[in-house]
Design a protein around this ligand. Structure first.
Ligand SMILES: [Zn+2]
Length: 498
């Protein structure tokens, strides 16, 4: 018999230290989809939602789409946006609950609004409460991001959460499919428990590459346990998202299991010990630009660019992407053949008022807030003008997990002088795919130095072309040095090695 699956998407990683709020406009920028628009706008786009829809079609499920709201990582979410989501979601649930067999959600898991620290926990609680009120015992399953700050409330009020297992998130679409497979099982037999184990560790994004410890060994053991014990349906190793001043911030583990929950608890305790045994790698240190340049000068040159990674302005972590903390001193240092991307709609628009080949003098970057350096004076020629649309070269790019394969950077301009080539974008776009630069006629492969505003998510795209890379300390609100942040709600959490 055809199964009826109600579905929704609510996706945002919320940086609570940013001054700018995330309102309906930011969600509209990515497109808010209602009902069948979700199907129309996601099928084939490589996103987790596409993965779910693909599996649902293969299983001949009748998908009942409700609402999809997603925005790029940014500041605290306006309550209005959450209320908008819930109004549409519950309208459909109230009219369809008698016909549905399950609920499938695509969530991020680190969303915070003005009134609610744990938006996903709150949503799952309200859904559970509604279903219990109607005496409906149907599974609610969600696919979540590896950076989710998972609360006990989230696991208490869902049948199963299923997380991405890779960072960069090249497996986001696959994770959505695997979550749907579990939903399939649970629609036949929903007798499972979810176990949650929090921790006292908040680790920065740079400490969460899954190719490195502490996550590498922890994830590897989780996969072994799943393979060896048929009672364990899935184990999630959650890196967490450090820039959220909420009680549930940080590393956690959870597990969906059949049978004895004490056994599952034991597994999670074992995994926490493995994580703790590699804690020295969880808090990477960043060097000053001065130290990095001096190191570069002492190293032999070779093919491919040197990446100067700027985690403090990690666009995928929510910062503005207009930081000049590396660009400004690098230009002053006299270095040449630099490539940088700065989100600066104002400067991009000025270029579009000129023609290709014109020389312009611009003040670039650091226009969003006072935390990301100061604007840089840059005189150069306009080399390229575009509408900023491009298609991902890598269909499994981390970026596909956020917005699918078709990317819009808004009005873009490339300005160049004897020192640097700078791509000016109008919508901040994380550097997770080489198509971003190639589409604007910039070849990072031929640069000497490329500034990358990311922590880990750039690696699949840029590491293969790079000679080497350095993590550089600069001012900004995604700094790996968590001691710089005025946390108020973390109780007894460890935010550094010492
Ligand atoms: Zn993530």
């Amino acid at each position: 018999m055809t199964k009826n699956v109600l579905m929704a998407v609510l996706f945002h990683e919320t940086h609570t230290f940013l001054q700018q709020k995330t309102g309906m406009d930011q969600f509209r920028q990515n497109g808010i989809n209602i009902g069948d628009e979700i199907l129309k706008n996601n099928i084939g786009n490589g996103s987790p939602t596409d993965g779910f829809l693909d599996y649902a079609e293969a299983k001949n499920w009748n998908v009942i789409p409700t609402i999809q709201m997603a925005a790029s990582p940014s500041g605290m979410v306006d309550d209005e946006a959450i209320e908008y989501f819930k109004r549409h979601f519950f309208d459909v649930l109230i009219s369809e609950y008698e016909n549905i067999d399950s609920i499938y959600l695509v969530l991020h898991g680190a969303m915070v609004s003005e009134a609610i620290d744990d938006v996903e926990g709150d949503l799952l609680f309200e859904i559970d409460d509604f279903l219990m009120g109607k005496k409906l015992n149907i599974p609610v399953v969600a696919v979540i991001d590896l950076h989710a700050n998972v609360s006990k409330k989230m696991t208490d009020h869902s049948a199963c959460l299923f997380s991405y297992q890779k960072n960069p998130h090249s497996d986001a679409r696959d994770a959505a499919i695997n979550a749907a497979k579990l939903l399939d099982q649970l629609m036949d037999d929903a007798k499972v428990s979810q176990i949650h184990l929090g921790s006292s560790y908040v680790i920065p994004p740079t400490g969460q590459a899954t190719a490195n410890d502490p996550l590498k060994s922890t994830l590897a053991r989780a996969r072994e346990i799943e393979k060896a014990d048929p009672d364990i349906l899935c184990i999630n190793v959650m890196g967490g998202y450090a820039y959220a001043d909420i009680a549930d911030c940080g590393f956690s583990l959870n597990c969906t299991a059949r049978g004895d929950t004490r056994k599952a608890h034991g597994y999670l305790e074992e995994l926490l010990q493995i994580f703790e045994s590699h804690l020295d790698q969880a808090y990477p240190l960043e060097a000053s630009l001065e130290t990095v340049l001096s190191d570069i000068d002492q190293t032999k040159s070779g093919p491919g660019p040197i990446l100067l990674i700027e985690p403090s302005d990690n666009i995928g972590g929510g910062t503005p992407g207009d930081g000049t903390g590396i660009l400004e001193p690098l230009l002053v240092s006299g270095r040449k053949n630099i490539v940088a991307i700065i989100n600066d709609p104002e400067a991009a628009t000025i270029c579009h008022d000129h023609a290709l080949g014109d020389t312009v003098e611009l003040m670039i970057g650091a226009k969003t807030d006072a935390h990301h350096g100061k604007p840089v004076k840059f005189k150069g020629t306009i080399e390229h003008l575009s509408d900023g649309k491009f298609i991902l070269e890598d269909k499994n790019s981390h970026l596909a997990s956020m917005v699918g394969n078709n990317i819009e950077m808004g009005l873009c301009a490339v300005v160049k002088n004897e020192r640097a080539t700078i791509l000016l974008s109008s919508h901040k776009t994380p550097p997770m795919d080489l198509g971003q630069l190639h589409s604007q006629n910039i070849m990072p492969e031929q640069a000497e130095l490329v500034i990358i505003k990311a922590a880990v998510s750039h690696k699949d795209a840029y590491d293969p072309i790079a000679r080497t890379s350095y993590y550089v300390d600069s001012p900004g609100l995604c700094s790996s040095n968590l001691k710089r942040f005025p946390y108020k709600k973390l109780k007894n959490k460890k935010i550094s090695l010492n």
